[in-house]
Write a protein that binds this ligand. Structure first.
Ligand code: FMN
Length: 202
């Protein structure tokens, strides 16, 4: 059985620490788990439209490509810098774009990077409820890395590196045990047609 693992980095900055952390986890998963087909998506590298309420199937280009990658993934490792005690706007946009059932029953590992320790609980209060809405399984062992854990464009803290590897192992392990908790269907929320999306006035 193959595991399509997507690492999603939601930082808008170049030389992102979040991207380094997500890559560290994904590289470990690819190296240690032969079943894994891994891909890292750095959201800033793609021309992603703002969600405008249309049905997800109606987007084109990079936006459509990203939505499809999220739907096709078996498991994800999602990383974000902490911005204003929460996740970034560009990451929120990805979660606004995808269909409500895109992550249903999938294991997700969470990674946050931050300038301080103050917002460690943003993982609990911001990221977990977001994934909860999608009825994904947040795998225990989320990683919170601070700027001091990086030096000269590298992740140097051995404890954080080890935690990222363990997180990747846990996500793959969860996936290999099979889909868990596939219960009631996801409630359908209507989105707009292209015609309605671009209709002027009331
Ligand atoms: C707009 C903005 C808001 C931020 N807000 C917070 C914050 O609320 N708490 C915090 O600890 N760090 C905050 N930071 C620091 C970043 O989370 C930190 O530098 C992070 O490592 C950046 O990750 P990146 O290199 O992947 O972009 C903020 C940075 C920016 C640019």
């Amino acid at each position: 059985m193959s595991v399509r693992l997507v690492g999603l980095s939601g930082s808008p900055t170049a030389r992102s620490k979040t991207l380094i952390a997500v890559e560290t986890a994904i590289e470990h998963a690819s190296r240690e788990h032969p079943a894994v087909e891994a891909e890292v998506i750095n959201v800033r590298d793609h021309d992603i439209r703002f969600c405008d309420g249309r049905d997800p199937s109606l987007y084109e280009g990079d936006t459509r490509w990203l939505i499809d990658r999220m739907i096709e993934a078996d498991a994800l490792i999602v990383g974000t810098p902490i911005y204003r005690a929460s996740y970034t706007g560009i990451l929120k946009n990805v979660f606004d774009l995808i269909p409500n059932d895109a992550l249903y029953g999938k294991p997700v590992g969470l990674v946050a990077t931050a300038g301080s320790d103050h917002h460690f609980l943003a993982i609990e209060h911001e990221l977990k409820p977001l994934l909860g809405f999608f009825q994904a399984h947040v795998v225990p062992g989320a990683v919170y890395a601070r700027n001091e854990h990086f030096s000269e464009g590298r992740l140097v803290d051995e404890g954080i590196i080890e935690s990222l590897k363990r997180l990747a192992d846990a996500v793959v392990d969860f996936c290999e045990r099979g889909r868990v908790g596939v219960g009631a269907p996801v409630p359908r929320i209507e989105r707009q047609s292209l015609e309605d999306t671009f209709r002027k006035g009331g």
